[in-house]
Design a protein. Sequence first.
Length: 98
Amino acid sequence: MPIAGEPHWDSLIDALDLDVCYIAPLRAMGIAGLLTATRLTRSVSCTGVPEYVESGVAFGFDSRGGKPQIVINVDAEKAEGIDFSSQLLKFARNIQNS
């Protein structure tokens, strides 16, 4: 869905009844407002942009040495109300911002 300007993300997430928000690379706007909305609505944020996980997206995907890797931001996971299993956390590359 094309978006013009800075939308009210929480209203958009509620209107679309989203459980998961996949955040594609964004050029024209930052992700801070969207991440605030995912926390308010308890919608899971995910991405294929590893730098976004470092910036607060709950989880994403990366490639290291030609192999896929799951990346989890532990602080964002908790803020969005997610409780990933300990087995997944052991398998993934974990990031903590605090």
